[in-house]
Design a protein around this ligand. Sequence first.
Ligand code: SF4
Length: 362
Amino acid sequence: CCEGAASYDREEAVNQTIERAKEILTRYDGPHCRIMEVCGTHTHEIFRQGIRRILPRQIELISGPGCPVCVTPVGYIDEAIWLALEKGATVCTFGDLVRVPGTEASLQTARGEGAAVKVVYTPLDAERYAAEHPDEEVVFLSVGFETTTPSACLAVRKAQQDGIRNFSLLTANKTMPGAYEAMKDSTDLFLYPGHVHAITGTGICEKLAEEGVSGVCAGFTASELLTALAVAVTRYQEGKPFFVNCYPRVVRPDGSPKAQSLVAAMMEPCDEEWRGIGIIPDSGMKLKESCQMYDARTRFQVPEMAGRANPACRCGQVLKGELLPTQCRVFGKACTPEHPVGACMVSSEGACSAWYLYGQNL
Ligand code: SF4
């Protein structure tokens, strides 16, 4: 009975927070404020929870580069297809990546030409598959931000411990600080991705605030998102740069030291290409020399592949917040989730797929 009362009180407190935040947002009449949803999950949740519908015109939400599948460059898909078709490797990947277009084909279409492409849920699944199939060369497509990079390192560590030699990573791991730096002039403030900062901590956000770049770190529930947006616009009106951690139950100032040291032991920064954006210095992570035998590029001498996106696709501008997905000429016509022309329409975190799924309800 006490537990029931406590849960009722908690629910009541959450409802009150939601109402208060909605009131602040709907009554906002301060200066125009562009807020970049860095993270694709935020974009989808904000749509799904109907938050866009209650915002006044002065609060503008723009998409950002925080969907790992969307920013994976065309050339990377070409490399994965080359490994599968030319080297006969079994390519293990998260499901979203299978339909992302490369220059001429996607992994899905390459399957029709004999490519072995296997969908896994974690990098450790791929390592286990390699252990169970010693006669196959298994390459895991390692994409993602600070949140997923530690699990790729864990898989390599497990392979080292298990003495597995037929497993490697094709890395396209990315880090957010370089993206913040590249995007900071496109927005008035960042809605920072809570899961990334649960790993990295908040030092980078605080440093950016000192340099004049504002932002709030946000969770993913309706109450957490509404609160973060309400805090953001309230502080924005004060006219001074700020950073507020609105997700303190998960994000600690120093993040996850354990995850950080695992990655630091096995990987090092490198320049990295972001789809539609170009190369951002030091924004990627690659395996260190000591782990080279688990690096697919070294192991298979993968040739450099520039990759060519479909010229109609405007993913780059969408990912920089310069265009709404609906302003792309092929949105909803030639480009749909069933027949995607660009990565932003494929991914479950992509801005174009969010607008396609929910945009008509605005
Ligand atoms: Fe690219 Fe399709 Fe989005 Fe246009 S609608 S930007 S083609 S993903």
